[in-house]
Design a protein around this ligand. Sequence first.
Ligand code: NAD
Ligand code: UDP
Length: 343
Amino acid sequence: QLLASQSIPTPQTPYVIYTQRLSEVYRKKILVTGGAGFVGSHLVDRLMSEGHEVVVLDNFFTGRKANVEHWLHHPNFSLVRHDVIQPILLEVDQIYHLACPASPPHYQYNPVKTIKTSTMGTINMLGLAKRVKARILLASTSEIYGDPTVHPQPESYWGNVNTIGPRACYDEGKRVAETMMYAYKMQNDVEIRVARIFNTFGPRMHPNDGRVVSNFIIQSLQNKDITIYGDGSQTRSFQYVDDLVSGLIKLMNGNYDQPVNIGNPDEYSIKEFATKIRGMCESQSEIKFLPKVADDPTQRKADIRTAKREIDWEPMVTVDEGLKKTIEYFQREVEAAGGEIVP
Ligand code: NAD
Ligand code: UDP
């Protein structure tokens, strides 16, 4: 049965989302850390529309209240300004632990804080999961493979990470977060799930996010130079955020507790990707090559055989369909900002 939600259309969510009426037996109380961020807010939309009770913890470092504004008055929803490096007492059935800046400029802005978020934050959420016997899912990352020497990357690959480079605060933070997940499973029987997320894009990416998809779209929409770091031969595979959300929910509710890659294997060189976005935006932008950034992985592509086999998941949205929706979103953001955004 569908109930009209109390959501109010906002620039971030210019449509009404309906919530399902779930019986007590199926309704779960679900914590989403980092739920006001890009991925977290889409996950919140899906969980709310399924009729669950959702609590969001966020310190708003990179997240925005506007991303969850449409749920603020819904009885099933709570938003708590809280930093996960501090412990918290809550009663929940499941925890999606996403809190952590994800874009290189954001996580490198305060590397010590990024390390604290991944280490102390994950310990606190694991402690909570242990106390209330909740199942916990960690949003890990393809960055744990570092600059991979195996391509595409299966979960069995141990990675190639520089422990003291500029990306280490994020990569090593997530690596030790994974280690903590398995230590709590072995020692305390905590039910864990680990998603290794590959590059994801979609509406609600922060305009100043600094990642490649938002930068290239914003630059193209404003006919400004498209900035490629290095010669653009490095590759990434890109997934649309709705596919990621489906994967996270399937992983959480399935039986498989080893790490699972969640990504779209559709791989592009960054140069190809710049040309593609410029074409889709019908832009006059020039492509500008800037110096290569330190420790930038040269190749990355998701091997998703485990996800297909263990949780029956694979991406459904093509990169082109996803980009179309994301370009429309950034067009609205540029208009709302009075016609100019510096990415
Ligand atoms: P994001 O920066 O949009 O969201 C992160 C959220 O966490 C923000 O709302 C931020 O305010 C919050 N946060 C950060 N530090 C916090 C702290 N100490 N306490 C409480 N809240 C805190 O990033 P995203 O793209 O939505 O990524 C979400 C998660 O997914 C991250 O854990 C990230 O590592 C992981 N991930 C994302 C991608 C991707 O391509 N988007 C790829 C791999 C992994
Ligand atoms: N990149 C680029 N120009 C930009 C932003 C990023 O050439 O304006 C490159 C970056 O150097 C990397 C790739 O695009 O090789 C993906 O970068 P992003 O920050 O999106 O994610 P990463 O996979 O590196 O974490």
